[in-house]
Write a protein that binds this ligand. Sequence first.
Ligand code: NI
Length: 251
Amino acid sequence: MNIFETHAHLDFPQFNKDRNELLQKCFREDVKYIINVGVDAKSCKASVKLAEKYENIFASVGYHPHDAKDFDLMLIEKLAKHKKVVAIGEIGLDYYRNLSPRDVQKNVLRKQIELALKIDLPIIIHDRDAHADIYEILTEYNPPKVVFHCFSGDEVFAEKIIEKGWFISLTGTVTYKNSHLENVVRMVPKDKFFIETDSPYLSPVPKRGKRNSPLNLRYVIEKIADIKRLPPKMIAEMSFQNAENFFLKKA
Ligand code: NI
């Protein structure tokens, strides 16, 4: 089985003690590719470094809405031209924590969508309690390749995204007891979803509360397989194909 981890933060300090051992274990245990996602200047640079060091790791660069107030367009544009950078992200709006003012978040989101279009890279969206505003801003530009990372909307919102030709990405949150994602998982077409961990966060059941890692993707796969009534291997393959086409092949 080949697994494509589409969203992890393996440069974060939670992995400082065992990063290399963990990655070697991931690569031995079916995780074929990993996208390491930047959120600010430091993590974007670290993501590119990690991608330089490991053949099967790729990087995404961008300013998370929490860090929008420190946005440095020149830095992101420079890093985005690196041959192992495969996306702009994670970018978006976060109205739950509001760590940057909303106007700043929106402005920085627009600047990064414009950059992604200019240099022809896919976009990884972070959307927390901001579905309507993100959708509105994205439709001003209609970028061809967009994924809503850690999708948290309902099936009506999922339908709107899929109609646009965009993707949704599912994390360990699908395994949570209070998850509202069952209908979304059931309706999402086979060619419109990816899987991810968002490591070190969002550990799936039965690992909740512990540090997450790409090794836990199997729990996400099993839950999706269970809801969709398909073999886990098929879920892994579908999401692998979708992610490979989206991130690693030029349209
Ligand atoms: Ni993330």
